[in-house]
Design a protein around this ligand. Structure first.
Ligand SMILES: NC(=O)c1ccc[n+]([C@@H]2O[C@H](COP(=O)([O-])OP(=O)(O)OC[C@H]3O[C@@H](n4cnc5c(N)ncnc54)[C@H](O)[C@@H]3O)[C@@H](O)[C@H]2O)c1
Length: 356
């Protein structure tokens, strides 16, 4: 078990990473508090019951809501159900919300906590790889609006994060690959040594080796945190974390949000961002090939063969909300572990990068 102490401008909190963390000692924040738990329907029953039992025993008042984790349910109406439950049961400003689930449940519970009585405490128990290495780090909370994902949200830091790798053992392979895409991204933009480690251990990670995940999750959180702590509200270097995402968001739209998962779109987007990095940031061919080989490991054969119409994909990039004014922002790498932000790239260079 490792305890990471996270310091941000607005709050300090701890992230506990390891195996078998669902134990009373890790739930001291719930002691004699009014506790509300939002839980994903797909959490394995034994682990879910363990969390409920501890919270019921520790809390002065306890209630819970089970939600089906879909983007449609990450909505105003679910938020209203959470707020109504809190208000009807008379929860005070001193209450604490717990989220047990993937990024959908974590984002929504975080936003419910940010907005209930102008902000109450919340604890995240992320249960997917993506939510452990990405959604639970950095304090972004949100719900979707009908015109776009995460359009309504707030920055609100949790009181604690409990990242137990036991939860990862029941995930579908595509969920594992989606989380791995973000882990690999952190290495590509920030840490060459971690990139080397991932190259050596990618097979074990794809086979869900718990021990490897303890290291990979904690390393990845530290890397994301090192960026977030220097730029909590994404004014500068936090943009590096969007590596592969400008292409990736366009790929999600291209596939009408059905053909590619977010993780697959980001992985494909990273391949294109590497092509761009060769042209704009002087990334050498040997490093580019190493990066693409590692990324290919987390994509299935069918996706590697995929061809995109560059003009069409380029058009879809302009609907990316990370665009500033009319200028498209791209994150590239000069070398493995060294990212930069590039603006004003001519369309010809971008179009030529749209290949795998
Ligand atoms: N706040 C942030 O900084 C941030 C960062 C990245 C992504 N996100 C958000 O996170 C969401 C995606 O997160 P996600 O990939 O975790 O998706 P998710 O929450 O939809 O979970 C994926 C699937 O796994 C299931 N699941 C969850 N835990 C499980 C377990 N232990 N065993 C078996 N199945 C389980 C869920 O029911 C769901 O079907 C998106 O809404 C995205 O916008 C937020």
């Amino acid at each position: 078990m490792e305890i990471l102490n996270i310091k941000t401008a607005s709050k300090d909190y701890s992230v506990v990473v390891g195996k078998n963390l669902i134990q009373r000692d890790n739930f001291e924040e719930s002691k004699n508090r009014e506790v509300f738990l939002t839980v994903d329907e797909n959490i394995p029953e034994n682990l879910k019951q363990k969390v409920i039992r501890i919270l019921e025993e520790e809390a002065s008042k306890f209630s819970m809501l089970e939600i089906k984790a879909t983007e449609e349910n990450k909505s105003y109406s679910s938020l209203e159900v959470i707020h109504d439950s809190l208000i009807n049961a008379g929860y005070s400003r001193n209450c604490i919300l717990y989220a047990l689930g993937g990024g959908i449940i974590c984002d929504m519970t975080g936003f419910a906590a940010a907005t209930y009585q102008r902000g109450v405490d919340f604890v995240l128990i992320p249960s997917t790889l993506l939510s452990q290495v990405d959604a639970s780090v950095g304090g972004k909370t949100a719900i979707n609006h009908k015109i776009g994902k995460n359009m309504i949200g707030a920055f609100h830091q949790p009181t604690k994060v409990i990242s137990d790798v036991n939860f990862l053992m029941t995930l579908e392979p595509k969920e594992i690959r989606g989380g791995l895409a973000e882990i690999v991204k952190h290495a590509i933009i920030l840490d060459k040594k971690f990139f080397d480690w991932l190259e050596h251990n990618i097979e074990g990670l794809l086979a869900c080796d718990e021990g490897l995940y303890e290291y990979a999750v904690s390393k990845s959180i530290k890397l994301k945190e090192s960026v977030v702590s220097r730029d909590e509200t994404e004014k500068g270097i936090r943009k590096w974390l969007n590596f592969g995402h400008t292409f990736g968001h366009a790929i999600e739209i291209y596939g009408q949000y059905k053909q590619f998962s977010h993780g697959e779109a980001v992985a494909l987007g990273m391949m294109m961002a590497i092509n761009l990095s060769i042209k704009t940031s002087g990334l050498d061919i040997k490093s580019a090939t190493r990066i693409k080989e590692l990324v290919k490991n987390i994509l299935n054969e069918e996706l590697i063969e995929k061809q995109f119409n560059p003009e069409e994909l380029y058009k879809m990039m302009s609907s990316d909300k990370k665009k500033i004014g009319e200028v498209l922002n791209f994150i590239t790498v000069k070398d493995i572990g060294h990212a930069e932000i590039i603006k004003d790239i001519d369309s010809e260079t971008i179009l030529k990068s749209i290949t795998l």
